[in-house]
Design a binder for this molecule. Sequence first.
Ligand SMILES: NC(=O)c1ccc[n+]([C@@H]2O[C@H](COP(=O)([O-])OP(=O)(O)OC[C@H]3O[C@@H](n4cnc5c(N)ncnc54)[C@H](O)[C@@H]3O)[C@@H](O)[C@H]2O)c1
Length: 273
Amino acid sequence: MKNFNQKIIVITGAGSGMGRSLAVQLAHSEATVLLSDKNEAGLNETRRIIEQGKKGKCKTYLVNVGKKEEIDAFAKQVLDEFKYIDVLINNAGMAIGEATLNEIPLADFELLINVNMWGVIHHTRAFLDILITRPEAAIVNTSSVFGLMGIPGQIPYCVSKYAVRGFTESLRLELVKTNVAVTCVHPGGIDTDIARNGIHYKNKEQAVEHFKKVVITSADKAASIIIKAIQKKSKRVMVGPDAKLIRFVSQAAPDLLEGFILNKKAELEQAMN
Ligand SMILES: NC(=O)c1ccc[n+]([C@@H]2O[C@H](COP(=O)([O-])OP(=O)(O)OC[C@H]3O[C@@H](n4cnc5c(N)ncnc54)[C@H](O)[C@@H]3O)[C@@H](O)[C@H]2O)c1
C-alpha cells in the first residue's frame, strides 16, 4: 500500500499512545480514520488534534474491545455508513502490573486476554470478509517484544501477546493468496501511558516511573515505523532498537536473553522495594 489517500482505516485504542499517533499521521496522509477507544476523553482529544490539521477525515466510536457484542455493533455501524474499510489496525491493549501466576486474580487474567487477544480476533473476524473484497487491504495486529520472550511476573500479558503473534502469523499464511497484507507489530519500550492505564497490584507510581525510565522510543516514532511497515507489507516489524536487539538475541542466543531477563527482574524488584 503505497499511500493512504482516500483509504478508510479503522484504528482501535486511538485515545492514547501509539493509536493516537497512528491516527494523526494517517489522517495527515489524507486517510479517513475511524477511531475507537473505551476512553471518550482520550478519543475526543485525538479527534481535536486531527481536526486542527486540515487533512483527512475522522470519526470516533466508543467501544470496549473486551466485549464481542460492542465490536460487532461497531463493525456494523462502520460498514452501514462507509460500506468498506481498507485497513484494520488492532492496536488497543492494556498492561498488568507485576504478579506471579497464583497472585493474579483470575478475573484480571481473563480481562487481559479478552482485551489483548479476543479484541484482535473479534475485530479481524468482523472486518475480514469486506477487507478481502478490496483491491488492496491490510490487517495490522499489535503484539509486543513480550510476544517473543517469556517474562516472570508478566504471564497474562505474555500469553496475550504470544497469542496475537500466533494468530497473526497463521492468518497471514491463510491470506497469502489474497490482497490482504498482514503485519505483526512487536514494539519494544514505547513512551506511552500504557503503564499508567494498566492494572496494578503494587506501587503504581513507582511502576509508572520505572516504565518511563526504560522506554526509548516515542509514540510518534513508533507510529511512523508501523506506517512504513504497512506500506512495505512487512510480515513483522520490530519497533525500536530494543525490540530489534531482543529479536536478534532471542534467536541467536536464547540462554543469554534468559539471563538478561532474570537480571532485569531482580533490578525491578530492587527498584520497587
Ligand atoms: N508502550 C509500550 O511499551 C508497548 C510495548 C509493546 C506493546 N505495546 C502494545 O501497543 C498497543 C498500544 O499501547 P500504548 O502503548 O499506545 O498504550 P496506551 O495505554 O497509551 O494506549 C492504549 C489505548 O488502548 C485503549 N484500551 C485499553 N483497553 C481497552 C478496551 N477494553 N477497549 C477499548 N480500548 C481500550 C486505552 O484506552 C488506550 O487509549 C497495546 O496493544 C500495547 O499492548 C505497547
